[in-house]
Design a binder for this molecule. Structure first.
Ligand SMILES: [Zn+2]
Length: 88
């Protein structure tokens, strides 16, 4: 068998670099693969139709328990304070 036939998806926007008409798609065993020729971003779609980034090849080796990382802080982002309504 030769390489899968890739085709550009008109109007598709790369989720990584936002380039339009740079997404190629092809199927491997019925699984849609995407690749951005502009930045090299690639992902596949799982059975639920969710994007699975192709570059995260190490996630299988990582433990799932990473809920409480002390280094990750919750950043509170305040929008424009002027939009805040004054207290009555
Ligand atoms: Zn891209």
């Amino acid at each position: 068998m030769s390489a899968p036939k890739k085709r550009f998806i008109a109007g598709a926007v790369c989720p990584a670099c936002s380039a339009m008409d740079r997404i190629m798609m092809w199927d491997v065993d019925g699984v849609p693969h995407r690749e951005c020729v502009a930045c090299g971003y690639a992902d596949t779609l799982n059975a639920q139709g969710q994007s699975v980034p192709g570059e995260l090849g190490t996630r299988v080796n990582k433990p799932v328990t990473r809920a409480a990382d002390p280094k990750v802080q919750t950043v509170q982002f305040f929008p424009n304070p002027k939009l805040k309504k004054p207290a009555p």
